[in-house]
Design a protein around this ligand. Structure first.
Ligand SMILES: [Zn+2]
Length: 477
């Protein structure tokens, strides 16, 4: 694990004036300013305006020439699991329930040190993809939280609690195990007390129920009590698989959304990830409670197009944030697939046309993401007084040229190679394509070693877990 707290290369929160640049404010009017300037001070946005005026107002502020660059609000990944980079290019091509078949077992198989390496690999990819914020429910958070904090990213961490042993579900065993659940509740408290509202507010915590098919009513109640005690927002996976829908029906005679509603778990402080198999009635119920959505259109679509009824969800007034979910932190991937996957019913008017439009996709990854964690007053757009979280793209990139509609170019044709710099709390995590908070080469080499070790151990210990369809071919690199 690498610790940026001792990294001499990292800048302190700085005064900075980015001049003569394009500023995509992401504000309510969707304003884009040309040849403009943005001034940062004390980790916040001090001013936005004409370059000449800001240069005159701040003659001594260090300058960064911004010609050819575009400054966006930092991208917010509203739902991800960085440690699952360890499964990259394996379960995507497997026709089974990967959540219980691979993801849960591998998360237990990793040691604390191994998790720390893999989450840092995910964070490195996130930074290179222009992310400034990750919302990350996973398990064993106290074992790797320091490694994520050290990357400088803004974080919402949560411990994915369950009281049905997720290691047994792949064998069809849904027995409620209060002792198993108590470990999560204890770890949630440990996580909150160690990380919540630390690093000057950069690191926050949430309360997470893993999913409706692995949390009993008693577990949901305990989590609601913790959320009330600590004043934290909540998250849950929701209707992410047909197996989940069937299991909840068998155990509780309800849909996942119906079960959570009956237990009093829905509300405006809850973000449900996925909604893939929610019915129109579920959507009405969720919207009536003000429940928010972390939409993860990209990775699950590898196993067949994501079928969430996005038009109905949007028309019901639900706040839709954007996440990458598993095995990737590439927000551009989520932009691209998120903008096109729901057009599958083209001509059938279900979605009301060619939706969502690029501005709506960008908004999902900025303002809506901020709202989903209750932080819309602090992040999600470039406005004076907000935190200085910036994603700076290099417009001198062939895939973005010619520029007719900048946001359309970025949503449809952007990629991590376009990302020039990333700033969180007024500090550069990456500057001119150089990541400052991690040793990239060492980290990638270590992640390769860890991945091989963990996969070999997991398969040796669990003969019922098959090697992935593509096999395991360890390159000598
Ligand atoms: Zn997830």
């Amino acid at each position: 694990m690498q610790d940026c707290g001792t990294n001499k290369q990292r800048n302190a929160a700085m005064d900075l004036l980015i001049t003569d640049t394009t500023i995509v404010t992401g504000d309510a009017q969707h304003r884009i300013l040309d040849r403009a300037a943005i001034a940062l001070r004390g980790g916040r946005i001090l001013a936005i305006g004409e370059t000449a005026a800001l240069e005159a107002a701040h003659p001594d502020m260090p300058r960064m020439p911004g010609r050819g660059l575009a400054v966006f609000p930092g991208f917010i990944n509203a739902h991800t699991h960085t440690a699952l980079t360890i499964l990259r290019a394996t379960v995507e091509d497997w026709d089974g329930n990967a959540v219980y078949g691979y993801m849960s077992p591998v998360s237990y198989e990793m040691s604390a040190e191994e998790r720390a390496v893999m989450v840092q690999l995910g964070c490195l990819e996130a930074i290179r993809s222009g992310c400034t914020t990750l919302v990350e429910p996973f398990r064993h958070v106290p074992s790797y939280g320091d490694a994520m904090v050290a990357t400088g990213l803004r974080l919402w961490l949560s411990e994915n609690a369950a009281d049905i042993n997720t290691l047994n579900i792949r064998r069809g065993d849904y027995t409620v195990d209060p002792a198993f659940g108590q470990v999560f509740l204890d770890r949630t408290v440990e996580m909150v007390e160690r990380y919540h509202n630390t690093q000057g507010g950069r690191v926050q915590c949430q309360i997470a129920a893993h999913a409706p098919d692995n949390c009993s009513p008693a577990m949901l109640r305990s989590l609601m009590e913790l959320s009330a005690k600590y004043g934290l927002t909540r998250t849950v996976h929701l209707a992410q698989s047909m197996e989940e829908v069937r299991a909840v029906r068998a155990m509780h005679d309800a849909t996942p959304a119906g079960y959570l509603a009956r237990e009093g778990f829905l509300g405006p402080d809850l973000v449900g990830a996925h909604w893939t198999f929610c019915t129109p009635e579920d959507i009405k119920l969720l919207a009536a409670h003000g429940t928010q959505m972390a939409h993860c259109p990209a990775n699950s679509s590898r196993r067949g197009p994501h079928t969430a009824l996005l038009g109905l969800i949007r028309d019901a007034g639900v706040n839709i944030a954007l996440g990458t979910d598993n095995m990737t932190e590439d927000m551009f991937h989520a932009f691209k697939l998120g903008s096109i996957i729901h057009r599958g019913g083209r001509g059938r008017a279900k979605e009301g046309g060619v939706d969502p439009q690029p501005w709506q996709v960008l908004e999902m990854a900025t303002r809506n993401g901020a709202r989903s964690v209750g932080a819309e007053a602090e992040i999600g757009s470039l406005e004076v007084g907000k935190k200085a979280d910036l994603t700076i793209l290099d417009l001198n990139t062939p895939s973005l040229r010619p520029i007719i509609n900048l946001v359309g170019s970025v949503v449809h044709y952007g990629h991590p190679g376009c990302v020039h710099s990333v700033v969180v709390d007024g500090e550069f995590l990456m500057r001119d394509r150089r990541v400052l908070t991690l040793d990239e080469d060492a980290l990638m080499a270590e992640a390769q070693r860890v991945t091989q070790r963990v996969w070999e151990r997991m398969l040796a210990k669990n003969p019922d877990i098959p090697p992935p369809p593509g096999g395991l071919r360890w390159l000598d690199i």
